[in-house]
Each structure stands twice: as structure tokens, then as C-alpha cells.
Design a protein around this ligand. Sequence first.
Ligand code: NAP
Length: 265
Amino acid sequence: MKLNDKVVLLTGASGGIGSALAGLLVKKGARLALMARNIKRLNGLREDLGGNVIVVAGDVGDESDAEKAVQETIGRFKRLDVLINNAGVAYYGSIERMNMKSFGIMMKTNVHGVINMIQRSLPYLKKTKGMIVNISSVAGRRAIPMLGAYSGSKSMVDAISDALRVEVMGYGIKVLNFCPPEVDTGFAKNAFKESGVDFEAQKGIRRIMTLKPGRVAGMIAKGIEKEKREVVAMKSVQPVNYLMPGVLDRLFYQFIMKPYWNRYS
Ligand SMILES: NC(=O)c1ccc[n+]([C@@H]2O[C@H](COP(=O)([O-])OP(=O)(O)OC[C@H]3O[C@@H](n4cnc5c(N)ncnc54)[C@H](OP(=O)(O)O)[C@@H]3O)[C@@H](O)[C@H]2O)c1
């Protein structure tokens, strides 16, 4: 799919991967509807980007906000070619001490939000034989300790993408599931966290595997242009987890759980 002149509805555009992707899509000539809750940041981004861009304030987990985002996109551009479900939030903490209220908000954003946006967009994507892009995570392929519930929410996104891809095949709609590794954004800062735990202390080992948001935006745009069904940015995760899951258990124990226990138990 060529992105020039295409109408793209992008959620989670007010920061991180979403803002970088918005910039790249404008350069490629796409027309954009950007959604997030922080309208001030969205307005600032629109001013920086120029181009053919509208912004919509809303929570992807809220059905009426999702409907509003789609209707404002159609109202302005009269069509929708690509929906990118990028909005997401993490919960850093153990299953044992998980705060269930924060867990609920995370699930509402990462899972309900994805389905909400898909349901509202489908009537228009059917007309254009467009594309749905779900931003998942490599954590959905191999759960990471202290990110267990978040990993589970992304496994659900993977499953939704796989089922949806076949369900909408007959309409001519494509589905791309994109799984980034750790990306250098405000993601960890914006996450729900177990109280009193300093997750920055665990960053050392992960820093070598961290990508810049601009690089990830480029990979997503390429995946759309090539109409890929799936892109897993850190491909080695799946075979290593399949062949040697116990080795990963021990590595995670050594580098994530031991420092946690040493500090907090
Ligand atoms: N960074 C990583 O290491 C990493 C790794 C793998 C996967 N991912 C995935 O990549 C996506 C983007 O993450 P990021 O790194 O760019 O994180 P980020 O910098 O925290 O940005 C998250 C974006 O989602 C929006 N958002 C959060 N909750 C929302 C809600 N309920 N409704 C609407 N928008 C909401 C935020 O804007 P508002 O606060 O203004 O609403 C923000 O624009 C997420 O799905 C994340 O799970 C990230």
C-alpha cells in the first residue's frame, strides 16, 4: 500500500512511537487523524507537523470517544484507509502485589481499546479495502517477569490480530501485527508501577536492546507499505523461547528477579 494521500487514524499519537510515526506518515504524504487523551500535546504536534492533520481528544477504552474519533476522521477526510492501534500502557510489578484497579485500566486501554477502535472503523475500512495495524510487543511472545499482566495484554493483541486477519480477509482488509522490542520513549515513566519499586535500577541489561522511536516508526511504515501480516522486531525471541524456555527463565531470574528480591524482600 502506498501511503501517499491515504487517510490514517493513529491512536496514542501524543508521545513516543505514535508521535514519531505521525511525523513519518506526514512526510510520506498521508492525511492524519491523531487521537490521544492529552489534547495540548496533540495540538503542539499538529503545529509542528503541518500537513493535513486533525487531532481528536479521547480515551480508546471509551466507546463514545472511539466513535467520535472515527466520525471526526470521516467528517474531515470522507474516508479511512488505515487504522493504527498504537495507544498502550504498561504495568510494572509482580502478579503477587498487583493493583487490580490499575490492571483494569491497562486492560481497558490495551485490549478493549483495540477492539473498540476496530469495531468503529470497520464500516469505513470495508469501503476502501484498507488496513488495520495493531502495535503489540515482543513481551506478548515471551512474558517478562514484573511485566506479566502487560505481556498477557499483548498476547491478547497478537491473538486478536491473528483471528481478525482471517475474519476480514473476505472484505479485502489487511491486518498487520507489529511487535516492537523495548523502545526509548516515555513508556516506562507513563506506566502503572508497583509502589516503592525503582524499575530504572533494572535498565542496565535492557539498554543494549532498546530502539529509537524513529527507527520503529520506519519499520511500521515499511510493514504497511509491504502489506506484511506480522513484523516481530526482535525475531530471536520466538525460537529461543521455543527451544530453550528454561534458559530464558534463568536469565530473567538472574537479571530481573534477583535485584528485585535483593531490594524489596
Ligand atoms: N516503549 C516500549 O518499550 C514498547 C515496547 C513494546 C511495545 N510498545 C507499545 O507501543 C505502543 C506505544 O508505546 P510508546 O512506547 O510510544 O509509549 P508512550 O510514550 O507512553 O505513549 C503511549 C501513547 O498512548 C496514549 N494513550 C495511553 N493510554 C491511552 C488511552 N486510554 N486512550 C488514548 N490514548 C492513550 C498516550 O497518550 P495520552 O496519555 O495523551 O492519552 C501516548 O500518546 C504501546 O502500545 C506500547 O504497548 C512499547
